[in-house]
Write a protein that binds this ligand. Sequence first.
Ligand SMILES: O=C(O)CCC(=O)C(=O)O
Ligand SMILES: [Fe+2]
Length: 341
Amino acid sequence: MAKEEIVVPVIDLANFPAELEKLAAASTEVGCFQVINHGIPVALLSDMKETARTLFDFPEEVKQRNVNLNVIDGRYRPRNFEPNGKYHESFSIYDAALPSDVLSFCSALDVTPQQREINEANSKVITDYFGKLHGLILEMASKVVESLGLVGRSFEEWSCQARVMSYKVTSQEDIGCIAAPLHTDSSFLTVLQADECVGGLQIIDANGNFVDVDPLPGAIFVNIGDMGKVIHQFLHISNLSISLNYVCINLYMVKVWSNGRLHTVKHRVVCKKVTTRFSIGLFLLAPRDGYIGTEPAFIDAEHPKLYQNFIYNEYRKQRNKCEYKIGDLALRGFKADQEAI
Ligand SMILES: O=C(O)CCC(=O)C(=O)O
Ligand SMILES: [Fe+2]
């Protein structure tokens, strides 16, 4: 397939280990893929989308009570929170891998008795949904790593951030405007229920062109973030089985182009329709102790360690100071050659 025709690969979770090779190619060349047969019931996906709608309809007073400037554990971000955030409003749960944190997010939204009934229904959906999404993100992270030759790696002890997002477009003049600027995710891996009715998510392909992600009904979008790059970057090619020849060739190319980097996809959201678009994401961030280090299996004489070990929250703080939330820029300050000797 010619590079211009590259679309977001589709990975069938019911077809493993046969899909491992395709998954490796998706993770190293494109940096994202859509997952089908992921086991999250279609009814739960649509209930969560409905729940998202009701969350954004909550009284302003409840939303304001949950604003917190901290980028990770702030529960609510109003529109215009960030310079390019005219359309964008979000709720966030940290640490969404912990059922207790999901419950405390739900109870923080509790208000009047009328609202309470809605909130009880919402709480059930949110708890079920993020419970299932967490299972999926753990499975996908292990499979991505396995597709690169490292078997049996668990991400159970890693923290996660959930984000429920709304992009409100009210005028025809806004069509084509940027709703979320170009960025990479700071996570290791992100799973996202994009809005299949509205569209608007775009990735940058290998040629630097924007490509629309057309979500398949019921599929979940997965993309590799900055932490994935740090950890996967030092892939030891000899760990790959012979059957991954195709991947080896492409990894070699990746190595030549970008000094060994695997692919962290740059993406953005554009306004496509005069309506409100909802998306729901879960971000697998870092081990709960916060330390990010290169996987020892991925370091050898030919692939020296390129980044320092660092604390994820420190990285996140530095990244937020950057004008553009792009890992290549933010990670510059964390190169191994700057490590104290
Ligand atoms: O809303 C979307 O489809 C994408 C959101 C996104 O890229 C993010 O939250 O990092
Ligand atoms: Fe993103």
